[in-house]
Design a protein around this ligand. Sequence first.
Ligand SMILES: CC(C)(COP(=O)(O)OP(=O)(O)OC[C@H]1O[C@@H](n2cnc3c(N)ncnc32)[C@H](O)[C@@H]1OP(=O)(O)O)[C@@H](O)C(=O)NCCC(=O)NCCS
Length: 150
Amino acid sequence: MTVRPAEPEDVEVIAALEFEAFPDDAWTVDYLQVAIGGKMPTVRILVADGEQDTVVGHALVSVVYEIAELQRIAIAEEHRRRGIGRLLLTSAIDLARREGADRLLLEVREDNAGAIEFYDRAGFVEIDRRERYYRDGATGIVLALELASD
Ligand SMILES: CC(C)(COP(=O)(O)OP(=O)(O)OC[C@H]1O[C@@H](n2cnc3c(N)ncnc32)[C@H](O)[C@@H]1OP(=O)(O)O)[C@@H](O)C(=O)NCCC(=O)NCCS
């Protein structure tokens, strides 16, 4: 299992992962192409390669000065609960630190119990709630991880 920056040829598979994980607001091929092409200067996309170098997960991070945001993380359904999400998250945290961030923020749906447990295990803490944050009216929980090195 390796984690690496996404390349233009990964766009289709990332778009498929997006659609599987976030059917209501998936990032499209066009949008991903712009991001991977470097035209969204704050956005970085990482992918995890499984066996036979097939992409099985992705994470999208944006870093603006000291604040990083984990905008997406998704693992293909049949590859979940094998530590790949944790590996991608660790890589996203390392990337955010390298780019100078001291805090990593994200929003998670309050009904996404699996992801909430995943972030809790990684040390994230709730700092805010945003009612009707999602298109279907679901509440978003804002989580933060302090990145300042010890
Ligand atoms: C959340 C997600 C990225 C986790 O990826 P993953 O590869 O399955 O996670 P890992 O195997 O690295 O899990 C690490 C730990 O997190 C916790 N965890 C992960 N998924 C969990 C779940 N569904 N239920 C409860 N705990 C979970 C567990 O403690 C797990 O350790 P364990 O398997 O030894 O018990 C994945 O479920 C996913 O893609 N979900 C759909 C997209 C999504 O909701 N993304 C987050 C949006 S904010």
